[in-house]
Design a protein around this ligand. Structure first.
Ligand code: G6P
Length: 614
């Protein structure tokens, strides 16, 4: 949520900042801006995309030329509408301090009143602008302080979350950054340093990075960096090597990142399982949790907390762990868990799932669970993310960077991780080694089955053409396919802005059936499993009310072809594994409907990839 970049070194900063911002646009894209230090401070900012800013910047060639220090921001609005004046960076009235900020200053209103009463004028409606005036006020009252100390002192007045980047023409050889709640990474080059909200804009320049932790402040010059806590205690930081390359964050010939990521799923699935699935030994090897496996197996209860698509993966995880390992599982929205004083104790295990590893609510749920003494385990995609670092143990999904705002490959990677976890928790307790081997064999065949499912892309596109103008959609599934129904509906909502609801198929009778008429497309996920005959009855119920039935069914099922207007077949598989197949046509259907409606699927309106505010 909001992207931050910074550069200090020997190259022209402006093109680097603009390119970096483009890589971060999935974090927010309603306005963008940069500030450059070139003797004085110059700021360019405007509503709209980074490309728009880039075009506008051509008129500022002179100011940009020769500037080797700068910061940039791409915004996801919280306080104040998307507009030129609300875009970051924000300047003090003298125009010698520039601030960009990701997060929310929760006490901004009282700070603003205070600053207004002292004569400060505000030129935006944002919470972030108070930061620059606060810094200005402290510096005026103690002019002998350096920028770093002024910022440290300002932050003592700030409640809320921040990833903060500040430059000033009064100390033009540095960038000061600070973090509480919103991620920041420093990329280490030779005679140059990069700052960003995540590693995406950094990887093409260097693979050496330092992740700031909450409560840390860093001063970055072209010769080095120093990290201290806000309380001024020096910190030793570990340098981490990034393990992904540039091609992973480029479109590679696909029209959109989302489509690329949908089609990447077979190879991602191989990556997720690589080294972990040991069919001959009838076991899975999950290095990140090995030391805690015993405690996990003897958990009184497992609570899984997540948001959005990760929450849907969690629901599938609940079914898998309960079915295989027979440990009671509860799934909670992270945002609800943290605010309802949950009953959690030392015998519980709390699993947090997050693609980004930065979702504010999931992070808060993790911290709540930790405070209550539970063992907290993480399943994250982004290596080195805050959630990954704050959990006691965990597993990376290794899906590679996911750029499209609507999650696709991260979802299937999470489901595979949960499948492997469920098997690891069952070993030696609830299912035999031979049975585990059979499951693993089926799991290892999944990438090929997903590839076959993807081959139906053009058929799915033609279905999308027929239904692209529908105003509502209903997605129905049972058992393992109920969370898939939720995920299918979410995908459609997120990127096409069509209202869609997912329901357990049997629940349809208790309300949604009232919505069904000849204009309502109803997507049934009706693979051949234990609920198959029941779901056929549900299809009949929709048909008799003239609903338009689209079915996702198992290959070879002729019966369903009689009932549904359209059928998309997926290869045969056992119930627990079906979500990995049935979700694929739903991702493609949402993608095609959205593109046919002219929507920007990679950057859907109002959404952000990484939600670092509550
Ligand atoms: C945002 C994204 C979703 C994502 C959710 C949870 O809403 O747009 O795609 O599922 O956050 O994100 P996480 O990174 O925690 O999985």
């Amino acid at each position: 949520m909001c992207g931050i970049v910074g550069y200090i070194g020997w190259q022209e900063a402006a093109p680097l900042l603009l390119k970096g911002l483009k890589r971060l646009e999935y974090r927010g894209y309603d306005s963008a801006g940069i500030a450059l230090l070139n003797g004085t401070l110059s700021v360019m900012k405007q509503k709209g995309s980074v490309s728009g800013l880039e075009t506008a910047s051509e008129a500022f060639r002179e100011e940009m030329q020769g500037a080797t220090v700068g910061i940039g921001h791409t915004r996801w609005a919280t306080h104040g509408e998307p507009s030129d004046r609300n875009a970051h960076p924000h300047l003090n009235s003298a125009g010698d301090i520039a601030v960009i900020h990701n997060g929310i200053v929760e006490n901004y209103s009282s700070l603003k009143q205070e600053l207004l009463s002292q004569g400060y004028l505000f030129s935006s409606d944002t919470d972030s602008e108070v930061l620059v005036h606060l810094i200005d006020r402290i510096w005026k009252s103690e002019p002998s302080l350096d920028l770093e100390s002024v910022i440290r002192s300002a932050l003592r007045h700030v409640e809320g979350a921040y990833g903060l980047c500040v430059i000033s023409s009064r100390e033009p050889d540095k960038i000061v950054v600070a973090r509480k709640g919103s991620p920041l990474v420093i990329g280490i080059g030779i005679g140059e340093f990069f700052i960003a909200s995540d590693a995406a804009p950094i990887v093409e320049h260097t693979n050496k990075v330092v992740y700031l932790s909450d409560g840390e402040l860093a001063v970055v010059t072209k010769d080095g960096y120093s990290v201290k806590t806000i309380e001024n205690i020096e910190q030793e930081k570990m340098v981490t090597e990034l393990d992904f390359s540039l091609d992973k964050i480029e479109k590679g010939g696909f029209e959109h990142f989302m489509l690329k990521e949908i089609f990447e799923q077979p190879s991602v699935m191989h990556d997720v399982m690589r080294g972990r699935v040991r069919i001959e030994e009838g076991r899975v090897c999950l290095g990140g949790i090995e030391d805690y496996l015993d405690r996990l197996k003897h958990a009184k209860r497992i609570v899984i907390c997540a948001c959005g698509t990760s929450w849907h993966a969690a629901l599938i995880g609940e079914y898998l762990i309960e079915e295989f390992a027979r440990i009671p599982v509860e799934v909670d929205y992270a945002s609800e868990f943290r605010y309802r004083n949950p009953i959690v104790d030392v015998d519980d295990v709390v699993i947090v799932i997050s693609q980004s590893g930065e979702t504010a609510d999931t992070l808060a749920a993790l911290r709540t669970a930790k405070e209550k003494g539970a063992l907290v385990m993480g399943i994250c995609n982004v290596v080195g993310s805050t959630i990954a670092r704050e959990t006691l143990c965990g597993m990376y999904t290794h899906a590679g960077p996911e750029v499209g705002v609507a999650s696709t490959k991260a979802f299937t990677a999470q489901v595979i991780m949960l499948y492997m976890l469920a098997l690891a928790l069952s070993k030696g307790r609830t299912i035999s080694q031979d049975e585990i081997a059979l499951h693993l064999k089926e799991l290892s065949n999944i990438p090929e089955k997903v590839s076959r499912t993807l081959e139906q892309d053009s058929q799915i596109k033609s279905i999308a053409e027929r239904f692209k103008d529908a105003r509502n959609f209903l997605y129905l599934g049972r058992g393992y396919n109920f969370p898939v129904a939720l995920e299918g509906a979410l995908k459609l909502k997120e990127i096409s802005y069509i209202h869609a609801e997912g329901y357990p198929a049997a629940e349809m009778k208790h309300g949604p059936i009232a919505l069904i008429d000849e204009d309502m497309p109803v997507i049934f996920i009706a693979t051949r499993d234990s609920t198959y005959t029941k779901i056929l009855s549900n299809i009949e119920e929709v048909r008799s009310r003239k609903g338009r039935v689209i079915a996702i069914a198992s290959e070879g099922d002729q019966e369903i072809a009689r009932l549904a207007e359209h059928v998309i077949y997926v290869p045969q598989s056992s119930g627990p594994i079906t979500p990995l197949l049935t979700v694929i046509p739903l991702q493609l259907l949402a993608y095609h409907i959205a593109t046919l409606r002219g929507c920007n699927v990679d950057r859907p309106r109002n959404l952000a990839k990484s939600v670092t505010v509550e």
